[in-house]
Design a protein around this ligand. Structure first.
Ligand code: ZN
Length: 238
């Protein structure tokens, strides 16, 4: 795909999905900036792995290094204050009565996209890239394709500026996300995703599995482990 001369802002948490999204954007846009949010997550591991991943991607590809611009970390402590969920307080990770896991922070992605768009407005960027995915997530309503499309329209109207929200992972499962990483950046990107990205809800960076670090038990670890296993099996058949 050809290179766009425009700027993209990537919602970048340091997880597997947003790291693949960052590589996807670096492959397509002449300038790419990253945006992270500090909202009192119980484990700030994902915030500490972010600069390491940025450095690793720059080291993989000199074109990516030239395109990778600033990193912005926005303090959204207020989101932690109004949310009572397993990610921000000591609440057990379980399924709540509404069928959503207790890791659900109501409206989180709506807030994130609004702040990214406000930043993009100031920086003259049209493209927002985010790792929302409808395929094998836990049913978070703010990850749905319709939600994201509605946000694109709302932000474009509300700021009177054309925004395009790209969600390259929307219809991929975790195995297909590993495959996309390989397509974009080969073994180097795959190694970076496995070794450096963080998904575990418990912030475990001490147990190393073939799919990366994590407790191995929480929903995020189980999803990542199953996706990696399926991807390995798919690749062996090719
Ligand atoms: Zn875990």
């Amino acid at each position: 795909m050809g290179l766009s001369a425009e700027t993209a802002l990537v919602l970048f948490s340091g997880g597997q999905d947003s790291t693949v999204c960052l590589a996807w954007a670096l492959d397509r846009f002449a300038r790419v900036e990253t945006v992270g949010f500090d909202y009192g997550q119980r484990h700030a591991v994902e915030l500490t792995v972010r600069p390491e991943i940025r450095d690793a991607l720059s080291a993989l590809n000199p074109d990516w290094a030239a395109r990778l611009g600033e990193d912005h970390v926005i303090d959204l402590a207020v989101l932690g204050q109004i949310s009572d969920t397993a990610l921000t307080r000591d609440v057990a990770i379980a399924m709540a009565d509404n069928g959503l896991p207790t890791t659900f922070v109501p409206g989180r992605n709506l807030v994130f996209l609004t702040f990214v768009a406000a930043l993009a407005y100031r920086r003259g960027a049209k493209h927002l890239v985010a790792g929302m995915c409808e395929t094998d997530y836990s049913g978070y309503p703010d990850c749905r394709d319709d939600t994201i499309k509605a946000m694109q329209v709302a932000l474009t109207l509300g700021m009177d500026r054309r925004f395009v929200v790209h969600t390259p992972l929307m219809w991929l499962d975790k195995a297909e996300t590993f495959a996309l990483a390989q397509d974009i950046g080969g073994e180097g990107l795959l190694d970076t995703v496995v070794e450096r990205t963080h998904s575990c809800y418990l912030g475990d960076r001490s147990h190393r599995h073939d799919w990366g670090y994590g407790c191995g038990e929480c929903p995020a670890c189980q999803l990542r482990a199953a996706g990696y296993k399926k991807w390995r099996e798919d690749r062996a058949r090719r």
